[in-house]
Design a protein around this ligand. Structure first.
Ligand code: HEC
Length: 260
């Protein structure tokens, strides 16, 4: 029995030792942002969603794909809610490869609302090759795919710093305290005043990071507002039901109470 216990504790110690490096890898907890879409009744800020799309289009889309979104989605309710004309114009501003035509050739044409978002690279390998070997992940559902969600994405975008003394970085590697190991192969793409927002908002780094993260949160969960509405209805229903059940219980037992 003793021997058995010993081997169990040995196994546990070994397990801990093997897990430890994962936990000790340096990484700061994400910044907590007070998102408008947080909480039970949270909704997306339309203006922020529209600005966020602009940031994606003008900055992120040169490296990151969003292949599960179509331009049409940008006009649907619950999202940025661009008008039909705006969606058409946005789609038409992209060049889509189509075909083959009757000669068997592929050709390009302006995008239509039903087209999926155009990807910057033809495949993962090409995307990684263009970025020093690191694949810029598809951003369609990135907010859901990462622990820390929106807070994490926002933190990475504002988390660039000069490396502390003693830390050396290879070419094409940058210091970011919110990444595991504090190293990221994405350069800092944001700087104050980088883009000219269509609605005149001043494009600080913080503003752009918040807007694009809001846009990505919607892309990852377009049905969020609908889900929140249903949640609130269910809670109201449960409160009414509980009250009714309570009142009828009182009534049913009232006689018993007086007879006892
Ligand atoms: C010059 C190309 C380039 C641009 C532009 C770019 N990224 Fe990246 N991004 C990358 C690469 C490459 C990686 C992978 C980094 C790594 O694995 O070390 C990455 C990683 C990320 C990550 C971390 C994902 C993870 O795996 O946890 C986030 C978040 C991100 N990008 C968001 C954005 C946003 C938002 C924008 C637009 C504001 C943007 N990126 C613009 C190349 C780019």
């Amino acid at each position: 029995m003793k021997k058995f216990n010993l081997s169990i504790s040995k196994t546990i110690i070994l397990l801990f030792l093997s897990i430890k490096p994962l936990y000790s890898a340096e990484m700061t907890d994400p910044i907590k942002v007070d998102w408008s879409f947080k909480g039970l009744t949270g909704t997306f800020d339309r203006a922020s969603l529209q600005r966020g799309f602009q940031v994606y289009k003008e900055v992120c889309s040169s490296c990151h794909s969003m292949q599960y979104l179509s331009y049409r989605n940008l006009g649907e309710s619950g999202g940025p809610e661009f008008t039909e004309a705006e969606v058409k114009a946005i789609a038409a501003s992209f060049e889509v490869t189509d075909g083959p035509d009757s000669q068997g050739e592929m050709f390009t044409r302006p995008g239509r609302p039903s087209d999926m978002f155009v990807s910057p690279h033809p495949n993962k390998e090409a995307a990684a090759a263009a970025n020093g070997g690191a694949y810029p992940p598809d951003m369609s559902v990135l907010v859901k795919a990462r622990k820390g969600g929106a807070n994490y994405i926002y933190s990475v975008l504002v988390g660039y710093e000069d490396p502390p003394p003693g830390v050396t970085l290879d070419q094409g590697v940058y210091y970011n305290k919110y990444m595991i190991g504090n190293k990221i192969k994405m350069p800092n793409n944001l700087e104050d005043g980088l883009i000219e927002y269509a609605d005149g908002t001043v494009s600080t780094v913080d503003q752009m990071a918040k807007d694009v993260t809001t846009f990505l949160a919607w892309a990852a969960e377009p049905e969020l507002e609908e889900r929140h509405r249903t949640g609130v209805k269910v809670i109201i229903y449960l409160i009414l039901l509980t009250t009714l059940v309570y009142l009828s219980m009182k009534k049913i037992w009232s006689r018993v109470d007086t007879e006892v």
